[in-house]
Design a protein around this ligand. Structure first.
Ligand SMILES: [Zn+2]
Length: 466
C-alpha cells in the first residue's frame, strides 16, 4: 500500500512539472510568436530575396502605393508616383532603410498567434501614409531631374504631405545600372531625413534669434547708437574685416535696419552679429533651436546638424554665422525650426504615417502628435515671422506664390558647377499651417531655383486643400 502511495506521489510530481512546462511554453509562445513569425527566414512572409510578401501601403487619400499580388510586391500604376514616393514607401528589397516597407514590417503583417500562418494573406494590414501621392509627383516634376529634397508638412499635426528625395528610380522597373551609374550615387538615402548640407543664408534667422535672445543692444554693436537691438542700424560696405580675415557681401547694402539685413541677406551684418555673440552663445542657440539634436520621425532617427564654432578665428566664426565654414544642417531639423517660427516657438515633429488599418479597414494604430520643446521665445518667433514675410515681399516677390508665405533662401557656391541652394519657410494663412523646405544640389540660386520648386509645390497644395 505504501509503495502505491509513493508511486502516486511521484506521478503527481511528474505531472505537475509537465503542466508547469506546458504553461511556460505557452506563455513564451504568446510573448514571442510575433517576433519569431516576423523573422526574415519565414518564407510565408518573405521571398528568398527578402521581399515582404504581405501588407499594403496607401497615401493619405487611399491611393494604393504598394501591395502584394501573385506572390510579388507591386507598386502604383503611375511611374511618376512610383518614383516620387519611393523613399517614403520603400524599395522591394529594403535597401532604402528609412522607408515604410523597411521600418514598419511589424505593422504591415497581420498576424494572430492563435491562428498562426492562417492569419496571413497578401493584403495584410494597411499602412496609411500622411503623404499625398499627387503632391509628391508635383514635387518630383518641379525638381526637374536635379538631386535634392522637398518636404511640406503640417506643423500642427506633424503630418508630412510631400516628401521627395532625389536621385530616385522606378521600383517596378529597377535600372540595371543602379549600383554602378554615378548619377544614382546615394540613391538609397532619404536626403530629407538622413543627410546634412551646408546651409548658407537659411541659417541667418538662427543668428538673429541668438542676438535677440542674448540681450544684445544697439550700443553693444555701435557705441554711437542706443536703444534695443531691433533699433540697430548697420551700414554694410560690402566687406567687413576681422583681424587677418574678412567676410564679403555680393554688393554694398548700405545702411539697413535689423529686419532689412535679413531681407538683404547681408553677410557682413550676420558675421558682425556672430562675432559679437561669440562661439558659445551661437552654439547654445543652435542647440536650443533643435538643430544639433536628432528628431524621431516615425521609427526613424534624423541626422544631426553639426557645427564648429569654438577654437576658430573671428572671420571663420563670421562665416559660420552666415551658414558657411563647417556648418552642416539636416533638412528635417531646419524645416522644424522654420515651423516653430510660424507656430510661436514650438512645432509638431514631422511624421510620414497617418495610421495603420487591419484588413477590414479598422484603424488599429495612429501615431501620437509629438511637439518639440520651445525652440525660441514667442516674441522671437513673432519678430522672425515678420522679418521673413518682409523678405518675401521685398526680395522674392510674393506674386510668385499662390498664397501668403514667409521664407528665406540660401545659396552655397560650389568649386564646380552651379551652386547648391535652399528655400525654407511657411505659409501665413491661418487655415494652412504648412512649413516647407527645398534643397537642390547644383540647382542655381536659392531665391530663383529653389524658390520656383517651392512655388510649384505650394500651387499644387493650395489647389488640393481649397
Ligand atoms: Zn551686406
Amino acid at each position: 500500500m505504501r509503495k502505491i502511495r509513493s508511486r502516486i506521489a511521484l506521478c503527481s510530481i511528474v505531472l505537475g512539472l509537465f503542466l508547469i512546462g506546458i504553461l511556460i511554453l505557452l506563455n513564451t509562445y504568446r510573448r514571442n510568436a510575433s517576433k519569431w513569425f516576423l523573422t526574415a527566414y519565414n518564407r510565408h512572409l518573405y521571398s528568398s530575396e527578402n521581399v515582404l510578401l504581405t501588407g499594403t501601403v496607401t497615401d493619405r487619400n487611399g491611393k494604393v502605393l504598394s501591395y502584394v499580388s501573385g506572390g510579388e510586391r507591386c507598386y502604383n500604376a503611375d511611374e511618376t508616383i512610383r518614383k516620387a514616393t519611393l523613399h517614403v514607401v520603400g524599395d522591394p528589397y529594403g535597401k532604402i532603410g528609412v522607408s515604410a516597407l523597411a521600418t514598419m514590417r511589424d505593422d504591415l503583417v497581420s498576424f494572430k498567434p492563435a491562428k498562426g500562418i492562417a492569419s496571413v494573406d497578401e493584403a495584410g494590414n494597411t499602412v496609411v501614409l500622411s503623404i499625398d501621392a499627387d503632391l509628391n509627383a508635383a514635387a518630383l516634376k518641379a525638381l526637374k531631374n536635379r538631386n535634392g529634397t522637398v518636404c511640406v508638412y503640417n506643423y500642427k499635426t506633424g503630418e508630412i504631405l510631400a516628401l521627395v528625395s532625389t536621385p530616385t528610380y522606378d521600383p517596378a522597373d529597377i535600372p540595371e545600372d543602379l549600383e554602378d551609374n554615378p548619377s544614382y550615387s546615394g540613391v538609397y538615402l532619404n536626403r530629407f531625413l538622413s543627410t546634412t548640407a551646408t546651409p548658407g543664408s537659411v541659417l541667418k534667422p538662427l543668428i538673429l534669434q541668438a542676438a535677440l535672445e542674448a540681450g544684445l543692444e544697439a550700443s553693444h554693436l555701435d557705441p554711437s547708437q542706443d536703444g534695443p537691438l531691433t533699433d540697430w542700424k548697420y551700414n554694410c560696405k560690402g566687406i567687413v574685416r576681422f583681424g587677418d580675415g574678412y567676410v564679403k557681401c555680393p554688393k554694398v547694402h548700405g545702411t539697413q535696419s535689423l529686419g532689412k539685413t535679413l531681407a538683404n541677406s547681408c553677410n557682413c551684418a550676420y558675421a558682425v552679429l556672430a562675432v559679437k555673440l561669440g562661439p558659445e552663445t551661437v552654439a547654445e542657440c543652435m542647440q536650443r533651436a533643435g538643430l544639433t539634436d536628432s528628431y524621431t520621425v516615425g521609427n526613424i532617427k534624423t541626422a544631426r546638424s553639426t557645427f564648429r564654432f569654438s577654437g576658430i578665428y573671428d572671420y571663420q566664426l563670421g562665416y559660420a554665422g552666415v551658414g558657411l565654414y563647417h556648418d552642416q544642417v539636416n533638412p528635417c531639423s531646419l524645416l522644424v525650426y522654420y515651423a516653430a517660427i510660424a507656430n510661436g516657438g514650438t512645432a509638431a515633429v514631422p511624421n510620414t504615417v497617418k495610421g495603420v488599418c487591419d484588413r477590414k479597414g479598422n484603424t488599429i494604430r495612429t501615431p501620437d502628435v509629438v511637439t518639440t520643446d520651445e525652440l525660441m521665445k514667442p516674441e522671437t518667433a513673432e519678430y522672425l515671422r515678420s522679418a521673413l514675410i518682409d523678405d518675401v515681399c521685398l526680395t522674392y516677390g510674393k506674386d510668385r506664390f499662390p498664397c501668403g508665405i514667409a521664407a528665406k533662401s540660401g545659396t552655397v557656391s560650389q568649386a564646380q558647377g552651379a551652386s547648391n541652394c535652399w528655400f525654407a519657410g511657411f505659409t501665413t494663412d491661418e487655415d494652412m499651417p504648412y512649413a516647407f523646405v527645398v534643397y537642390l544640389e547644383h540647382g542655381g540660386t536659392g531665391s530663383s531655383a529653389a524658390g520656383d520648386v517651392a512655388a510649384a509645390v505650394l500651387k499644387e497644395l493650395v489647389s488640393s486643400v481649397r
